[in-house]
Design a protein around this ligand. Structure first.
Ligand code: 0GY
Length: 294
């Protein structure tokens, strides 16, 4: 791969947000890319971004007023979690992570991921990102990680939610849904996508979600009014199982790169009280990722 073929999907100088997060705030969905010289991308990678390493991530964390990160293994690194583990190791205890694993992974390898700060695995169902998503084998993995106190993170789009319901119901550990299962927020808070997603949240008390990615989900774009209208009621109705994250470095968003400061300024519009903001940014992610300190 040549340098010229690699793309950048993040702004180099994000604005300073007007909103100041509470002390201890966690960016619970972000990624690192590379550095590729040390941690090459997977041969199956569907996109090839520029390096977005831990130092840049931690500088962004500080700039935005956050204290901790949850680093989600990005699909471009496949099941080689070394870039994520490297970032966690450099964070001085301020980052934990979500791995993507080969279902044949051994218990000893799972133990070593746990020692490296991993607290869950991600199952990705987006065809543009992964070649296959074997539900039966994912369920086997989900059964095996219970002993570590981990959860699973699931990424899918709204059009396959109904097909996935039996799979999601069978997962024997807590489930976190990325980007609310990508609803069409243009339908509003009572549209079919949000209704379908609420049915999932109502089906079990240990299904969590990330109120993330206005940049991906809002047909209107900045300042994301449609996202706010659709998502605020969800945050208010399920305040103890919602997380927030930047999604930096915004994989595959090079056509519409968001300003991270602008994303942070959406927070007080979807979580309008200080109590809700504290749950969203501190209490909930701490319970899930740093239960030892929560
Ligand atoms: C996200 C969204 C995307 C990419 C990935 O692992 C990934 O490559 O998650 C996407 O392209 O929608 O959550 O980062």
């Amino acid at each position: 791969m040549t340098e010229a073929a690699r793309v950048r999907s993040w702004v180099e100088r994000p604005s300073k947000p007007r909103y100041v997060p509470p002390p201890g705030a966690v960016d619970a969905h972000c990624h690192v890319f590379g550095p590729m010289a040390e941690f090459p991308f997977s041969p199956k990678a569907k996109y090839h971004p520029e390096d977005a390493g831990p130092e840049t991530l931690f500088a962004l964390r500080d700039h935005l007023g956050f204290s901790r990160n949850v680093i989600v293994q990005a699909s471009c690194h496949g099941t080689d979690n070394r870039a994520t583990l490297n970032a966690i190791a450099r964070s001085q205890g301020k980052a934990r992570g979500i791995a993507v694993v080969d279902p044949a992974i051994s218990d000893a390898e799972l133990d070593s991921l746990h020692a490296g700060g991993i607290r869950g695995v991600r199952f990705n169902f987006l065809k543009r990102l992964v070649d296959d998503a074997p539900k039966d084998r994912f369920l086997e993995v989900a059964r095996r990680i219970g002993r570590l106190g981990w959860h699973v993170v699931v990424y899918f789009e709204a059009d396959i939610l109904d097909e996935l319901r039996p799979f999601l119901e069978a997962i024997p550990v807590p489930v976190v849904i990325d980007h609310m299962g990508r609803p069409d927020v243009g339908q509003g808070p009572d549209g079919p996508d949000m209704k379908g997603f609420r049915r999932l949240l109502d089906s079990r008390e240990d299904v969590w979600f990330k109120a993330t990615c206005p940049d991906r989900l809002s047909p209107q774009g900045e300042p994301y009014d449609d996202f706010v209208v659709a998502v605020r009621p969800l945050v208010e109705d399920y305040p103890n199982r919602v997380l927030w994250g930047t999604d930096w470095p915004h994989p595959n968003m090079e056509h519409r790169i968001p300003d991270d400061g602008g994303l942070v300024d959406v927070i007080p519009r979807i979580a309008v009280s200080e109590a809700l903001q504290r749950q969203l940014l501190v209490d909930n992610p701490m319970r899930l990722y740093w239960p030892d300190e929560a």
